[in-house]
Design a protein around this ligand. Structure first.
Ligand code: ADP
Ligand code: MG
Length: 582
């Protein structure tokens, strides 16, 4: 087979223009051949006999006249057993292996296999010889960590085929043929445990999309109780620099009740990413007691890596997520930060000399953001089971201005908006999710499920939210007229709002107990908080009121850091009860 070739005719930053004589298609992968090595690119625009390519590497030293090879394949992810626990760059190169090969400074043009070719997996056949199969049907399974990894007929397989032979139970590498199938034309295909799927195309091998109605419990009270995210839903965490987006995402990645976590560390400073890489492998999974890394995949592109690979990393992450969803698992994708990804789009759009939209972002920014979040979802698979991909992305608007295009484009498509503000992070009220601007559409959508947990749940939350608004109004007024100008009744309302904030909305990430709350605990604790909020407080003056709430705050905080149902937990609860009965 002859491959299409071309020549570099111009270059501009990490965009290269090449001429060619044969056919080249949009989004196909090409390589620029330089003396130092082959640089991977993606065709992003084709005009007659020239194409524009974004290069995933530093383009230093590329010369006019350098040869270009077109692969005819789209930018794809490699899928198969052995993805869990890995750390990849945006193009799915295993980073630790790259480091082993290249040392501390990664070399250009080195691409390694995403799946290990030598490791063998214990294969158990599920299909039988003679079965009629099609794309997405299960041929067999292998155990991968605590999961049963399904081996599928490749998702790109066209039409129906008959299984001619199937490997018996035994150990195989991802490259050994485990099945031979014959298609309608009589052609025989060799199938292995690995397959590829183009990362920019959503994987749609399911029966139907379902409305997400189950909560994704993050362990973070303000999220789960006030602004819940559904399994299969989407949320964004916008916040200015330093407001706690990364810390919050790390907390969620540790505690969320999902099967698989995919962290896409996208374009943030290297130091922060290194922190993630260093900490993660040592974290213990609260659900399985094993290391968290066993059910995690990290895709990482720091701000010092080429921007085009940053763009790819988001799609690689979501493709791997969709793959595990096909197995009936719940996957959570955490993208930090989607602003850096949007900046990569902007940079490329500028080089293509497209007509810029607001703040020089391309006009299609909103639709790209929507396309990405739409890949989340709860689906019913062919075998009747369900799987989900949930996506939580951070947005880092410059100066915390939420009016900018990436934040606006994101909030138009997500189901929950967890806005962090400096007002809260500067006051050290962590997590700095601001109850005055955050919202979630899932509370209504999950109503039936929530009502089953506690029939008065939604009503209680609405009451508390009302109190937060009223309490803040009083606070604003009090800032002007002072405490003397505020009635005792209003002052107590204000103290109740502060109490709710201090003992429930805020959560200490560094306290081993407080850091994570089960839904059961949240429901239990919130009903007590609710009783305090609704209780009539009899005090003679403001000092007296302040005292009462000072003690209540301390009591609830102690309760929060006591192990669920421990002696301490019961003791503090008794004290709370005797206050409520007083
Ligand atoms: P961002 O990603 O928004 O720039 P980070 O997540 O890196 O911000 O957080 C910045 C700093 O804020 C952290 O280094 C930490 O000191 C503080 N911080 C953030 N979240 C918390 C938290 N939940 N508890 C305590 N401190 C926090
Ligand atoms: Mg950050």
């Amino acid at each position: 087979m002859s491959i299409a070739v071309g020549k570099v005719v111009a270059g501009y930053g990490n965009m290269i223009t090449a001429s060619f004589d044969t056919n080249v298609r949009q989004n196909e992968v090409a390589y620029v051949i330089t003396r130092e090595g082959r640089l991977k690119c993606e065709v992003i625009r084709v005009r007659e006999n020239v194409c524009y390519m974004q290069v995933f590497e530093d383009t230093r030293g590329v010369k006019v006249g350098d040869q270009v090879e077109f692969t005819s394949g789209l930018l794809a992810a490699e899928l198969g057993p052995g993805l869990l626990g890995r750390i990849y760059d945006g193009l799915q190169n295993p980073l630790p292996d790259l480091a082993k090969q290249c040392g501390l400074f990664l070399k250009r043009g080195v691409y390694l296999e995403s799946l290990n070719r030598k490791v063998t997996w214990e294969f158990t056949p599920v299909a039988k010889v003679g079965d009629e199969v099609e794309a997405g049907d299960v041929l067999g399974t292998v155990p991968e960590g605590i999961f049963t990894h399904k081996i599928f007929v490749p998702f790109s397989f066209i039409g129906r085929a008959k299984v001619k032979s199937l490997a018996g139970k035994g150990r195989y590498t991802v490259e050994q043929v485990i099945a031979r199938v014959e298609d309608g034309t009589g052609k025989v295909h060799d199938l292995t445990m690995r397959q590829e799927w183009p990362i920019k195309i959503a994987l749609r091998q399911y029966e139907e999309r379902l409305l997400p109605v189950e909560p994704l419990v993050s362990g973070c009270r303000i999220i789960d109780t006030f602004y819940p995210v559904a399994k299969g839903g989407t949320a964004c965490i916008p916040g200015p620099f330093g407001s706690g987006k990364t810390v919050l995402q790390q907390l969620i990645s540790r505690y969320a009740d999902v099967d698989i976590i995919i962290v896409a560390a996208c374009g943030e400073r290297a130091g922060e990413v290194v922190e993630t890489l260093r900490d993660f492998p040592h974290l213990i999974d609260p659900y399985t007691g094993k290391t968290l890394m066993e059910r995690t995949i990290i895709i990482c592109n720091t701000s010092s890596m080429p921007v085009a690979a940053r763009e790819a990393s988001i799609y690689t992450a979501v493709t791997l997520g969709e793959y595990y969803r096909q197995m009936g698992l719940g996957v959570l994708i955490l993208a930090d930060s989607t602003s850096r990804w949007a900046q990569a789009l902007r940079e490329m759009s500028g080089r293509l000399e497209e007509i810029p939209g607001e703040e020089a972002f391309p006009a299609y920014l909103q639709s790209r953001i929507a396309d990405f979040y739409e890949r989340a979802g709860l689906v019913r698979l062919k075998d009747g089971s369900t799987g989900s991909v949930s996506v939580i992305g951070t947005v880092s608007p410059a100066g915390g201005n939420f009016e900018e295009p990436v934040t606006q484009g994101t909030l138009a498509v997500v189901g929950a908006f967890l806005g962090l503000t400096w007002a809260r992070s500067n006051a050290r009220r962590f997590p700095a999710i601001d109850p005055l601007i955050s919202w979630s559409k899932y509370r209504e959508q999950m109503r039936t499920t929530l009502d089953k947990m506690d029939p008065s749940w939604v009503q209680k939350i609405k009451g508390a939210q009302q109190l937060i608004h009223n309490g803040n109004e009083i606070k604003k007024r009090m800032d002007v007229v002072g405490e003397e100008g505020t009635s005792l009744g209003d002052f107590i309302l204000y103290l109740k709002m502060e109490f709710l904030d201090a003992v429930y909305l805020q959560q200490n990430a560094f306290d081993p107990v407080d850091a994570y709350n089960t839904m059961e605990r949240q429901i239990y604790v919130f009903s007590k908080v609710d009783q305090v909020l609704r209780k009539e407080i009899h005090v003679k003056d403001k000092d007296d009121a302040r005292n009462v709430f000072f003690q209540l705050n301390a009591l609830f905080r102690n309760w929060n850091s006591s192990q669920w149902e421990s002696e301490d937990f019961k003791r503090f609860e008794q004290q709370i009860n005797s206050f409520l009965e007083s």
